[in-house]
Design a protein around this ligand. Structure first.
Ligand SMILES: Cc1cc2nc3c(=O)[nH]c(=O)nc-3n(C[C@H](O)[C@H](O)[C@H](O)COP(=O)(O)O)c2cc1C
Length: 176
C-alpha cells in the first residue's frame, strides 16, 4: 500500500513544480512526527504516468491541475470520472494552479472539479501559478495576450498556501 500519491496535470511545468513543493513540505512535516507517519511514502508523478493499480493501492490521492480558460486539463477531468468509485473511498486532496487570486481563484477551483469530488475532498487549495510568455505555444501566447490582457511574465506561486495545504494533508493522514 502506497501512502500518498500526488498526481499533476499541466503544460508548462509550474504545476509539476508546485506538486514537488507539496511533496517536500509533506515530507518535512512527516519527518518531525513521532509516530508511524515518520516513514511516510510519497510518490509524485504526472497524471499520465499514474496506473489504475497505483490508484487502487494508495491511501491518499492528491490531484492537481493548471487552469486554462477556466478549466482543468481534459485528462484530469476524465480521470476523475473514470475513477469515481475509488476516489470516493480514499482520502483526497485537490489543488489547482492559476493566475487568479483570492475569491476569484477559489470560485474557479470550486467550479473546476466535479462537485461530488470537491465535496468529498479533505483538503482543497488554489496555489497560485506562473506564466512565462516565452515558453507558451504560439496559440496560448495569443490567447493570453488578447483575452487575459497579460503582456509580461508573472509569478504568483503562493508558498504560504502550499505549506498550509501540506499541513492539512498531514492532519488528514493523522486522523486516518
Ligand atoms: C492558455 C492559457 C489559459 C489560461 N487561463 C487561465 C484562467 O482561465 N484562469 C487563471 O487563473 N489562469 C489561467 N492561466 C494561467 C495558468 O493557470 C498558470 O499559468 C499555471 O501556473 C500554468 O501551469 P503550467 O505551467 O503547469 O502549465 C492560463 C494560462 C494559459 C497558458
Amino acid at each position: 500500500m502506497q501512502d500518498v500519491i500526488i498526481a499533476y496535470a499541466g503544460k508548462y511545468g509550474t504545476t509539476e513544480e508546485i506538486a514537488g513543493r507539496i511533496k517536500a513540505e509533506l515530507t518535512a512535516i512527516a519527518e518531525q512526527s513521532a509516530d508511524r507517519l515518520r516513514e511516510l511514502q510519497i510518490t509524485c508523478l504526472p497524471l499520465r504516468a499514474l496506473s489504475a493499480q497505483q490508484v487502487q493501492h494508495s491511501r491518499m490521492l492528491v490531484l492537481g491541475g493548471a487552469i486554462y480558460a477556466g478549466r482543468l486539463p481534459r485528462a484530469l477531468r476524465s480521470f476523475c470520472e473514470r475513477h469515481r468509485t475509488v476516489l470516493l473511498s480514499r482520502a483526497v486532496g485537490l489543488f489547482s494552479t492559476c493566475l487568479y487570486q483570492d475569491e476569484q481563484a477559489r470560485d474557479q477551483l470550486i467550479s473546476a472539479y466535479p462537485p461530488w469530488l470537491f465535496a468529498h475532498a479533505a483538503a482543497t487549495a488554489s496555489l497560485g501559478g506562473r506564466l512565462d510568455l516565452g515558453r507558451l505555444s504560439a496559440v496560448d501566447r495569443l490567447l493570453i495576450k488578447r483575452f487575459a490582457e497579460v503582456h509580461e511574465n508573472l509569478d504568483r506561486i503562493d508558498n504560504q498556501r502550499i505549506s498550509s495545504f501540506a499541513g492539512e494533508l498531514f492532519a488528514t493522514l493523522k486522523r486516518k
